[in-house]
Design a binder for this molecule. Structure first.
Ligand SMILES: [Zn+2]
Length: 116
């Protein structure tokens, strides 16, 4: 399962952060999923409950945010949000665009519980 290996990678990053901050536990993990990343938020959340077991993020909640693709237009030079199906420039309607965001999975925020 694709999502499980992604989650194991996320857990690795979260564990590393928690260790660095000497966190007691992790409360929540927020992940941004690009609409073109080919990742199903529901599957990712399910995989996360498997990947987090026995780690410092054992009780952490996963929050997923779906991010619309952004394109840079080669015709008019504008940067705009685009439909995942067409990737047209929303300023001039041109189709000569370059994807600058929307096909990635980003660890956006980690909420940790730290002892005073
Ligand atoms: Zn344009």
């Amino acid at each position: 399962m694709h999502e499980l290996s992604l989650c194991q990678n996320l857990i690795d990053q979260v564990t590393e952060l928690a260790r660095k901050h000497q966190a007691r536990s992790v409360a929540s993990v927020t992940v941004q999923i690009g609409q073109l990343a080919g990742v199903e938020p529901q599957l990712l959340e399910t995989a996360f409950t498997i990947a987090r077991a026995g780690t410092v993020a054992d009780l952490a909640e996963m929050v997923t945010e779906v991010v619309a693709p952004r394109v840079l237009c080669n015709v008019c030079g504008s940067e705009s949000e685009a439909m995942p199906s067409s990737l047209l420039c929303s300023v001039c309607g041109g189709n000569d665009t370059r994807l600058i965001r929307g096909d990635e999975l980003i660890l956006a925020r980690v909420e940790m519980v730290v002892d005073d």
